[in-house]
Design a protein around this ligand. Structure first.
Ligand code: SAM
Ligand code: SF4
Length: 341
């Protein structure tokens, strides 16, 4: 039996690494609370420890790494980590997900260090909506970051928009036009009831179906793109040929093809965004465990993996937030901004 194939036939091929749990925004769908409990700084993995774990993961078949957070650009010297990882031949893809606020100033260093792809979260083009959604100013800086990124990584920039009712759903056409003008692929994301989303309710979710209807009303016929992919987004083509994606984890989960796992900034490894329990790789790596032993522990967990968190949530009749605020305070690893989205 291949240790990197789980019980549902899914290969371990993608790893999201959160490099910090801190953030310079407070998005309503991710960090709506006033107070947060942060991971102790001395517990964060050093870059050499991350690089070592990445070697272990690539030996098991991982070939894509995405750096995320919290806000990854808050991690000092991030370009040094990118340089370490970009030098690994087994990694076919090295990407970053950022809110874009600090992107313009760091983009050149990241590109020179070998970063291959960038996804920027962009939920609105209106400063007033940006400020009420994120509780911080900064839209101009995000837009500047996107322009810089599309210049430095032509054809390799994506924009992610979490669509929420009565917040930004009317901006669906405007965001599509903006992304098209920038040469970036837009992905609409359904509002998810994950840890951190303590204000989640079903009414605020704008479904895949409704997003498609709104796109059709604005731009005419939409065609589904047929592709065999493990990517979370389903892709569509607008009448003018422009591609866009929808990540419909709330109404149409992609668990059956999910090949990704997540590493928190302090080295907890989770096999599902919805999982309560993880494996403490920092403890193993800082203890006396050899690379082979760490690989064996990871493979044993993955080969027993049956997780399909989003699908199971779908089966629940009455849905509310996944995790209670008190539980998030007791274990910040349950937070989306700790787990890396
Ligand atoms: N700070 C970076 C950013 O915002 O791009 C990276 C980390 S963030 C946790 C990663 C992604 O998770 C973002 O695209 C964000 O929009 C998404 N996200 C966070 N909470 C979400 C929720 N409740 N539903 C859907 N997407 C969410
Ligand atoms: Fe927003 Fe990303 Fe920060 Fe969460 S981690 S509050 S999604 S910018």
């Amino acid at each position: 039996m291949d240790p990197s194939i789980d019980r549902l036939g899914r290969a371990l091929s993608s790893l999201r690494i959160s490099v910090t749990d801190r953030c310079n925004l407070r998005c309503a769908y991710c960090m709506p609370e006033e107070e947060y409990k942060w991971l102790p700084r001395d517990r964060l993995l050093r870059f050499d420890e991350i690089a070592r774990l990445v070697d272990v993961f690539t030996s098991l078949g991982v070939h894509k790494v995405r750096l995320t957070g919290g806000e990854p650009l808050l991690r000092p010297e991030l370009a040094s980590l990118v340089r370490l990882l970009a030098a690994k031949p087994a990694l076919r893809e090295l990407a970053l997900t950022t809110n874009g606020v600090l992107l313009a100033e760091q983009a050149s260093a990241l590109r020179d260090a070998g970063l291959g792809r960038v996804t920027v979260s962009l939920d609105t083009l209106r400063e007033d909506v940006f400020q009420s959604l994120t509780r911080r100013p900064g839209l101009e800086r995000v837009l500047h970051g996107i322009e810089t990124a599309t210049r430095l990584w032509p054809g390799a920039v994506k924009l992610d928009m979490v669509v929420m009712r009565d917040v930004n759903e009317r901006e669906i056409p405007a965001l599509f036009e903006f992304a098209r003008a920038q040469g970036a692929e837009l992905r609409f994301i359904e509002y998810m009831d994950v840890g951190g989303a303590t204000r989640w309710n079903e009414r605020t979710v704008v479904s895949r179906q409704e997003i498609l209807e709104r796109m059709q009303r604005a731009f005419g016929a939409i065609e589904a793109v047929v592709e065999d992919s493990t990517a979370p987004a389903e892709r569509f083509r607008a009448a003018d040929g422009t591609l866009f994606g929808i990540i419909a984890s709330t109404t149409t989960p992609f668990c059956r093809r999910c090949d990704r796992a997540r590493l928190t900034a302090d080295g907890m490894w989770y096999m599902c965004l919805y999982a309560r329990l993880g494996l403490d790789l920092r403890e193993l790596a800082r203890g006396s465990a050899s690379d082979d032993e760490i690989a064996r522990r990871i493979a044993a967990s993955w080969s027993a993996r049956q997780e399909r968190g989003a699908e199971l949530r779908l089966e629940e009749l009455r849905r509310g937030p996944l995790v209670a605020v008190e539980d998030l305070r007791t274990d910040p690893h349950l937070e989306m901004h700790t787990r890396g989205g």
